[in-house]
Write a protein that binds this ligand. Structure first.
Ligand SMILES: *[C@@H]1O[C@H](CO)[C@@H](O)[C@H](O)[C@H]1NC(C)=O
Length: 124
């Protein structure tokens, strides 16, 4: 009787450790995704991202009386914050010169977009 009881209550400690470890790893991933560092955007041709780039140029022109003409988003990273933050490298024409700019656009939780910054890409 004693032996049977003992056997029933005995769960393999290795199994428990494995499950706990998995839980920890899963939690860690979720937390990281939420508090997020920037991660690369892979679907750069997504029309929405091109729109975000276009918005950045339009907003820059409005705020700084610039005359940039949006060409396209070349690549970018995104960050989960309160809403989303996009850091995009985009090409725009400034007069007859096409230049690459880095634009940071924040889409707030109400899905309103704000231009945070737009600067020349500094080449290394
Ligand atoms: C656009 O070109 C003008 C003239 O070269 C320059 O002064 C200005 O800083 C440029 N604007 C941007 C946003 O690069």
């Amino acid at each position: 009787m004693y032996l049977t009881m003992k056997k029933q209550s005995c769960v393999d400690p290795l199994l428990i450790s494995a499950v706990l470890l998995l839980l920890l790893l899963a939690t860690d991933c979720v937390v990281r995704a939420q508090t997020g560092s920037y991660f690369p955007i892979t679907n750069i041709k997504d029309p929405y991202l091109q729109e975000v780039g276009q918005f950045a140029v339009k907003e820059y022109n409005r705020e700084s009386r610039g005359e940039l003409r949006f060409a396209k988003v070349l690549n970018g990273e995104e960050q989960v914050v309160a809403g989303y933050s996009y850091k995009l490298v985009l090409a725009a024409e400034n007069g007859s010169v096409t230049t690459n700019y880095e634009a940071v656009v924040w889409e707030d939780p109400q899905q309103v977009t704000h231009l945070v910054s737009l600067n020349h890409v500094i080449d290394n």
